[in-house]
Design a protein around this ligand. Structure first.
Ligand code: GEK
Length: 244
């Protein structure tokens, strides 16, 4: 499948609508996420490495907010044990439709992938050895986050892991400002103009709601995870491993 360049915000818009995961976004998504999220390819690759280590025989793996299935593919290609199944969930019909095509074109066919088009808050999680929330929790209403993480922890087998990547916020305003500016520099270096950066920022405001690493750690502990640590961070993007 050819990768289209993200130019969604390249021209001045009379009105910047709230960001949504529609067909336009799906068409440019791989390019958009790579040029916008520092460390995204590293994180996806490491999800594969963690699958190799943590996924146990005959268990379930969940990719919650799967988009086009990057984390699903990373797990599928590295799982070493038999009898596993990956459940990939997204509430964007356009994303799920394209993700099905991506998986249909994948040569690794031994591990079945089940797609669910729906809200991750409504998915029953059971017999899980690995669950991934790769830049998805940030789109969930803050009030619904604790219940979702409780549900994820309950559905994991003992020793199972959650990989949770998020854009994060900082309590110290000067540090927040510095991280924001460096992130914008990252986007500029990847070819986004100041107009694109400003319009995207306006569209994502109130749709993507970042929280601090302290808030994430406390919530994961409260959900029942026994070990919670950051394993990756670049600027205001971080990934946590939480072990049950
Ligand atoms: C990757 N994990 O490439 N229920 C289900 N899906 C949701 C919900 C919800 N309530 N809210 C948002 N989504 C992927 C990248 S993108 C991150 C994840 C980003 C979905 C939404 O439709 C989108 O596909 C995904 O979460 C977030 O590893 O765009 O920054």
């Amino acid at each position: 499948m050819t990768e289209q360049k993200d130019t969604l915000y390249a021209n001045p818009l009379a009105q910047v609508d709230s960001f949504s995961f529609d067909q336009q976004v799906v068409d440019v998504f791989p390019d958009m996420i790579k040029r916008s999220v520092p460390g995204y390819p590293t994180i996806v690759n490491m999800i594969g490495s963690l699958a190799e280590r943590y996924v146990t025989a005959s268990s379930h793996c969940y990719d919650l907010g799967c988009s086009l299935g990057a984390a699903t593919l990373a797990m599928r290609h590295r799982i070493q044990t038999a009898g596993c199944r990956i459940i990939a969930v997204d509430n964007s019909p356009a994303m799920i439709q394209r993700a099905r095509q991506v998986i249909a074109a994948d040569s690794q066919e031994e591990i079945p992938v089940e797609f669910i088009e729906g809200r991750i808050q409504d998915v029953a999680i059971d017999n899980a050895s690995m669950t991934v929330l790769n830049f998805t929790l940030q789109f969930i209403d803050i009030a619904e986050r604790p219940t979702l993480l409780d549900n994820i922890c309950r559905g994991l087998n003992p020793g199972g892991i959650l990989i949770m990547s998020e854009k994060v916020a900082f309590d110290d305003p000067p540090h927040q400002e510095l991280m924001t500016q460096l992130h914008h520099n990252f986007k500029r270096a990847n070819g986004y103009s100041d107009l694109e950066i400003a319009q995207k920022r306006a569209s994502i405001e109130n749709v993507l709601v970042p929280e601090s690493l302290t808030t994430h750690r406390n919530r994961l502990r409260a959900a029942g995870f026994s070990s919670v640590d950051v394993w990756f961070q670049c600027l205001n993007f971080a990934s946590i491993i939480a072990i049950k």
